[in-house]
Design a binder for this molecule. Structure first.
Ligand code: GLC
Ligand code: MG
Length: 425
């Protein structure tokens, strides 16, 4: 959270399953489109928050399966666990708040009296969340009965039904909405309330997110009946909430555009990169654009033409070097030459490249030091380079070009390349 010294321009608080992540899209196209947009235009001054029903165990599993970005804040177990940064440092203050009028053992004891409730796996039973499966027909009646029993035992709980199958029991003060309210309060006290907040969801446990005042909201096109019903009963006519026509992450991008929250065209949607030259210097855009080209080059999706070499070389400083994780050096021009040999070498494969955690630091009036994680996936295997680049701006015809001066790559622990093409940028 301390990464930004001023209020975030945009804070996106998104659910994962069937919102940020489309389980019906094996190619993850909309997620990759979102990633490119976020890293090129938002990462440096905005905040990404994932808010999921999953426990830390299942959340980490999802991260291995899908090309997901690293959020600034992770809210897990239906708003009962809040952590910060990549290393996921827990918010102990939040945990303490949740202990009020809560007793796990009493919840388990009372719930066991309803034979319709089937416990979820052990990983999903958390300090402030107890979860079951129950089918739609019986859900409402059981929820009512269980609530009354727990009330009689002196507990103040919240029972949430999601996805037409999952039933979660949490302390009354917990939940995705309360966790967001807690964060907003914290930001406000630090004078860093985000300028805009966009909440994104698809199912019952997301409903609370949409009841926080001052936020924009998108229910993705594929939202569950229970969320749409909640909206019809509680928030109909609120212009700050839309039901997108696009699925999952594509619906989030659509909402950014609808509410005018900032750029809403993903670099992945531009085929001709020369078209997206900018009037303002944006190192993030330069880097995302380059690695998109790199992906398309290796997939054989762009033309194998001399003019591409010329333009790639023209943005590399003539004496610029690339330092490989092994410590060996290669001139940037030589590494561009190496690219020739791998045109189309990933043709027909599930090969994708995406950038994560891109952080530019301005080190002089015309130079930026940019660090980022560069992920490459072949579908089965993933490798990740931690890259630092020195970029310098050059003004030509009132447009700004960024020159690559140096590139230094190391491997992220556990994600070193296994193939011999790893010599490339
Ligand atoms: C996730 C969790 C599950 C929870 C559901 C709905 O699937 O793994 O425990 O019941 O979200 O909140
Ligand atoms: Mg969901």
């Amino acid at each position: 959270m301390d990464r930004l010294s001023s209020p975030a321009r945009l804070m996106i608080v998104s659910d994962l399953d069937h919102t940020m992540v489309d389980h019906h899209d094996p190619e993850n196209i909309s997620l990759l489109r979102f990633n490119a947009l976020w890293e090129s235009s938002y990462r440096h001054d905005s905040l990404l928050v994932f808010s999921t029903g999953r426990s830390p165990t299942l959340y980490k599993e999802l991260r291995k399966e899908k090309p997901m970005l690293t959020p600034d804040i992770t809210i897990m177990s239906v708003g009962t666990e809040i952590t910060y940064g990549k290393s996921m440092v827990p918010d102990h203050g939040w945990v303490e708040l949740l202990n009020q009028k809560w007793d796990r053992n009493v919840v388990i004891e009372e719930a066991s009296k309803f034979s319709e409730l089937k416990p979820q796996s052990e990983t999903e039973q958390r300090a402030h969340k107890i979860s079951f499966y129950i089918n739609k027909e019986k859900a409402q009646q059981v929820m009512k009965g269980l609530y009354e029993r727990l009330e009689k035992r002196g507990l103040d709980v919240k029972i949430i039904y999601s996805g037409g199958i999952d039933l979660d029991i949490l302390p009354q003060g917990a939940g995705k909405g309360q966790a967001l309210a807690y964060l907003l309060k914290k930001f406000k006290s630090e004078g860093k309330l985000p300028i805009n907040t966009l909440v994104c969801g698809d199912s019952g446990n997301d409903a609370e997110l949409f009841s926080i005042s001052e936020v924009h909201g998108v229910m993705v096109s594929n939202a569950q009946e229970e969320l749409l019903q909640w909206h019809a009963q509680n928030a109909k006519g609120n212009p700050k909430i839309i039901h997108s026509t696009e699925r999952c992450a594509a619906g989030i991008i659509q909402a950014i555009g609808h509410f005018n929250l900032g750029p809403s065209i993903s670099p992945r949607d531009a085929m001709d990169f020369t078209e997206c030259q900018l009037e303002n210097v944006n190192p993030g855009h330069e880097i995302v654009k380059f690695y998109l080209f790199y992906e398309r080059w290796r997939r054989g999706e762009v033309e194998n033409s001399e003019s591409y070499y010329a333009s790639l070389k023209s943005v590399c400083h003539p004496s610029g070097v690339f330092i490989h994780p092994s410590g060996e050096e290669l001139s940037l021009h030589d590494s561009i030459d190496k690219l020739r040999n791998c045109y189309g070498d990933r043709h027909g494969a599930k090969y994708r490249v995406w950038i994560d955690r891109l952080l530019p630091t301005r080190i002089s009036s015309d130079a930026w030091l940019v660090r980022f994680d560069k992920w490459e996936s072949t579908g089965e295997e993933c490798q990740c380079g931690v890259v630092t680049t020195l970029l310098r701006s050059k003004v030509a015809d009132s447009l700004v070009d960024l020159l690559w001066e140096h590139v230094h790559q190391t491997w992220l622990d556990g994600f070193a390349a296994k193939d011999n093409n790893s010599w490339m940028l």
